[in-house]
Write a protein that binds this ligand. Structure first.
Ligand code: BES
Ligand code: MN
Ligand code: ZN
Length: 499
């Protein structure tokens, strides 16, 4: 894929051709080796820093092209700010930030050394992780390559992290590389156009996880009919593209240990159906499968790093179209659970897909807990914008663990309430429930709807309509589809469910 730098680790080495990145703190102090490397042009950096007003602030960079007296073609001094103020999450951001500045450089060496004390292998690997995530580009449909003088986007590069203990860093990197690839897979899926990525094609891509030892089972329409999945099937009935339900299993944990289950909304395109959406911005609804994309990316990461946990991923894949065969407002469908649903608005389709996917997952796997991810409601964007995903849960401990993993990874979640007063709002005159709850508390009534399909299973719902697509650029992401949630859930599994 374009945008994937080749990352390797080596012993610290002298300057040579190519771009070199060195690190300096807020006093412009560097490590011992760095100072030695700069010896031939002793006061070059301090003079340039004075001229540019560079003070070594965190994430700031001083860029010296063809520095006189040094062998490097380009030397970049990356500011770390005050060393003791650098938190865990900062290394990936610093790596991403520098990747954004090296543009078309072909060979980059980062002299990963601090002014004082030892840099950790973990920090070096996190730095590389941030560089890799920032380098991602989705340009497979651009037939005219950009002018190479355009430096606004990072280009592929060979990156060497020169670090005192390369073997230790490489070991830490292995798991991060698996995770980075998982994030990239999720980004690709969200970015793909909807004429390419319809349910059958999505399922095919998920089935490539078999190569890593993931068991993949694809349920077609006739199997879903036999199971009574009338809610999911109703959404897909207006499309020429058949729905699929994909079940992915990674059994890296103890034999017989109950799995954890992650369930994703995979609406490959959401027109709204007969309750059709307005034209403006409708193209964004190709991203209405971001939950399912996250599940596939996560399963990749877990399998590729051989996570010691049993994890099931289930994704409901449909296309929501208006058509002569499409579902109507007023229709009543029967879900796999046996509960009936009156369709009020065909655009509230995600909860219908998840109703059957959640019930099926609970029945078949009796999981320790279930987490679903869904670009479920526009209302969550009104409440939280694009900074946090909405979190809803029937289990305080699970909610707490998700909130903590969110702080650790920067993929943050904010909890909203559930309760019987909200649940009442989806009672129906004609069926067991209706698929919308009116204007008020739209994200909460959607979550209440899902809760009716999880029974007593500990469960959390993440509404990612604001975070799963249309991301604004950050140090570690410039992609429209950010691959949101892969890092969060990998972290949850790693910290809480691996031995
Ligand atoms: N996929 C949309 C939600 C969405 C909106 C995702 C904006 C990303 C950005 C979902 O299927 C939907 O249409 N929800 C409706 C529900 C309503 C009809 C009760 C909504 O939010 O308007
Ligand atoms: Mn919709
Ligand atoms: Zn939708």
């Amino acid at each position: 894929m374009s945008g994937t730098p080749k990352i390797s680790f080596s012993e610290p080495k002298p300057l040579s051709d190519g771009t070199f990145v060195i690190l300096a703190d807020e006093n412009l102090h560097s490590g011992r080796l760095t100072r030695r490397v700069l010896e031939p042009a002793k006061d070059l950096v301090s003079r340039a820093a004075r001229t540019e007003g560079f003070k070594g602030g965190k994430g700031k960079a001083l860029d010296l092209v063809a520095p006189a007296g040094l062998k490097a073609d380009r030397l970049i001094v990356l500011g770390l700010g005050e060393l003791k103020e650098i938190g865990h999450g900062d290394w990936a951001k610093l790596g991403g930030g520098i990747m954004g500045k090296i543009a078309a450089a072909k060979n980059v060496t980062v002299l990963f050394e601090f002014p004082e004390g030892a840099a950790s292998a973990e920090a070096a690997a996190d730095f590389a992780f941030g560089m890799r995530l920032r380098a991602y580009r989705f340009d497979r449909y651009k037939t005219k390559k950009k002018d190479s003088e355009d430096k606004s986007e990072p280009a592929p590069a060979n990156v060497t992290i020169a670090f005192a203990e390369p073997a230790a860093a490489r070991k830490k990197w292995n798991a991060r590389e698996a995770l980075a690839r998982g994030v990239e897979i999720a980004r690709d899926l969200v970015n793909e156009p909807p004429n390419v990525l319809f349910p059958v094609e999505f399922a095919r891509r998920a089935s490539t996880l078999k190569k890593l030892g993931v068991a993949v089972d694809i349920l077609d329409v006739s199997r879903m009919k036999k199971l009574g999945m009338g809610a999911l099937l109703g959404v897909g009935q207006g499309s020429v593209h058949e729905p699929r339900l994909v079940v992915m299993r990674w059994d890296g944990g103890k034999r017989g240990d109950k799995p954890v289950a992650i369930v994703g909304k995979g609406v490959c395109f959401d027109t709204g159906g007969i309750s059709i959406k307005p034209a403006g911005g409708m193209e964004d609804m190709k991203g209405d499968m971001a939950g399912a994309a996250c599940v596939v990316g996560l399963m990749h990461a877990l399998a590729a790093r051989k996570a010691r946990a049993n994890v099931v991923g289930v994704i409901g894949l449909v296309e929501n179209m208006p058509d002569g065969a499409a579902q109507r407002p007023g229709d009543i469908v029967k879900s796999m659970s046996g509960q009936t649903i009156e369709i009020i608005n065909t655009d509230a389709e995600g909860r219908l897909v998840l109703a059957d996917a959640l019930w099926y997952t609970k029945e078949r796997f009796k999981p320790k807990f279930m987490i679903d991810l869904a670009t479920l409601t526009g209302a969550i964007l009104i409440a939280l914008g694009q900074e946090y995903s909405g979190l809803f849960s029937n289990d305080d401990k699970l909610a707490k663990h998700l909130i903590e993993a969110g702080i650790e990874t920067g993929e943050r979640v904010w909890q909203l309430p559930l309760g019987p007063e909200y649940d009442k709002m989806i009672d129906s005159k004609f069926a067991d429930m209706k698929n919308t709850g009116g204007r008020h508390a739209g994200s909460i009534t959607a979550a209440q709807f899902l809760q009716r399909f999880v029974d007593k299973t500990p469960w959390a719902h993440l509404d990612i309509a604001g975070t799963g697509m249309g991301a604004s650029a950050s140090d570690i992401n410039t992609s429209w589809g950010p691959g949101w949630g892969v890092r969060l859930l990998d972290r949850l599994v790693r910290d809480r469910y691996e031995n």
